[in-house]
Unconditional design. Structure first.
Length: 205
């Protein structure tokens, strides 16, 4: 069965964005990724680069990990505000929202259903793994469905912001097993954690 993978950049103190939720690497953002970080993404995770970045960098690789991306409304609207209606046209792209009633792009599938139920349905489909791009609120809602977390750990702290699983996630300790890691000379680290085999999975419905 395909996995739900939370592939996300985080600061050392556990924040995925500043207090306003804006893109940390966007215009006016607080983090400028190093050249080796970008190169590692190109080589190992090319499908996670947004379409405009793929075009600018000349990246055409399909990628071996993901064929589907899911995100929440707030995360999606960050790109929408920049004029990008579908940041990942090379992937099946689902946006979870109960307030958006009309898709701004033919490539965007709006989902108003319960996120956990929809992800269990997607996992049963064939294909590559499913990438949870964010944001924290959706990650919190899917906390029990996430099979793997890949943290792109940036070498900085910001003190306050949007936590890895949002501000409203329930207290529910889970154990994770470190299954892969890459430390770059620029200071960033890619840390892969799989849900510990002893951690109960949510019951299927």
């Amino acid at each position: 069965m395909r996995k739900l993978v939370y592939f996300i950049a985080s600061t050392l103190d556990g924040f995925i964005a500043g207090p306003d939720g804006s893109d940390p690497t966007g215009p006016g953002g607080f983090w400028s990724p190093s050249a080796d970080y970008i190169q590692h993404i190109i080589e190992e995770y090319p499908e996670t680069l947004p379409g405009p970045a793929r075009a600018a960098l000349g990246v055409t690789a399909e990628g071996a990990r993901f064929d589907t991306v899911v995100e929440g409304r707030k995360s999606y609207e960050t790109g929408l505000a920049a004029g990008v209606t579908d940041a990942y046209p090379h992937l099946r792209h689902l946006v979870f929202s109960r307030t958006l009633t009309e898709s701004p792009d033919p490539g965007i599938e709006l989902v108003a259903d319960d996120p956990a139920s929809k992800l269990r349905e997607l996992k049963r489909d064939g294909g590559k793994d499913i990438w949870l791009v964010g944001g924290g609120e959706l990650a919190g809602a899917l906390y029990g469905e996430i099979d793997r977390v890949i943290v792109k750990l940036s070498p900085l702290t910001i003190g306050a912001g949007i936590p890895l699983f949002g501000r409203t996630a329930a207290f529910a300790p889970n154990a994770w097993e470190l299954t892969d890691h890459t430390v770059l000379t620029g200071g960033a680290a890619f840390l892969t954690y799989d849900r510990h085999p002893g951690t109960p999975q949510p019951a299927s419905r």
